[in-house]
Design a protein around this ligand. Sequence first.
Ligand code: ZN
Length: 416
Amino acid sequence: MGREEIEKLQKKKLKAAIKRAERIPFLRERLREKRIGEISALSDVSKLPFTIKKDLVNAFPYGALAVPLERVVRIHTSSGSTNKPVTSFYTKKDLETWSELMARGLACAGARRGDIFQNTTSQGFFTGGLGLIQGAEKLGLTVVPLGSANPEKQLEVMADFGVTVFHAIPSFALRMIEMLEASDGLRASLKIRIGILGAEPWTKEMRAKIEGALNIGAFNNYGLAEVGGPGVAIECPFKSGLHVWEDRFLIEVIDPSTGEPLEEEEEGELVITPLDREAMPILRYRTGDLTRIIDGICECGRTHRRIEWMRGRIDDMVKIRGIGVYPSTIEKIIASHPESNGNFQILLSGVDDITVKLEVKNGFISDQAAVNRLRSSIFEEIKDATLLRSNVEICPPGSIPRSEGKAKRVVDLRRL
Ligand code: ZN
């Protein structure tokens, strides 16, 4: 579809989405207060009320439902990394739409019939589980639904079945790499060529590390349970941003402090309106993710606009001695050193003391001079990027505690 055609479709769908949103009590009230007239241009979306995470947390478990419960065929929840989770509902049609989006995303990353797909994430409430599986089946891939298991088991099953495409959380891919580096000959028995990675903040530097160590193409997959799960945007092989499926999602980038729309291509908070959802048609969901819209047609020929690789989540920013720091800034610095294995943790303690712990590859720790050099160069780079003087600790592989789900990058002990 050309730009004009996409926007015409979005406008038509937006009007219908507003009608559906009126069935959600808190949105009905807000829409009434705002007295929104006719939507005559797509930019009129900015007149609509936002939906924020707190609205959905308050609505737990059934308050954001727009259809009778008997029409809901599936319930998922967000991972609830902070406090209570958010429920996400699906009608039969919502599930079909989601499967189609996931199939599209997998195809966009280069997966084809004949590929064998393994999902390494939990397959329960987490949308990255069943969501990916449905999409892979829709595309006609052969699915190995192992689900959550330790890295050793994952790699063993990959080798057994000749898995070519897998889905994982980036920090889990790092754990697989650790396991591979500790074992002899396992890499040679693997046929993996594509990794679909997402569901936690990561960086391009981390991607380069994962691609190199696993000898795969790794693709950033984006979505969130609140707007239906993964399947909102993904990279194509040109890796110049993530294509957003604009026939099904309307995106905006706003100034996070004022809520006002920003100029084209300016960086701000991503806001998503799902255009086709029946069970949970929320409007203008504030994702908390910092990005910008990339205009123009991609080299791959897709006309869906792209968003820049997310710089981080607004809520992930930590204030240290009055300075706002994104963990992704520190991750970039660490991942750019080939001696590191990618695992790190930022520890805040005492009165604003910051300690950055990072693991290095096997064997490196025994070279004291090299450890000192690495420590001082990371110290300098963090100081240049954030103005902060930090304690840098170089640790042997496996010494930073691993978490089962999303990686815990910041441990803040200051308020305890
Ligand atoms: Zn593209």
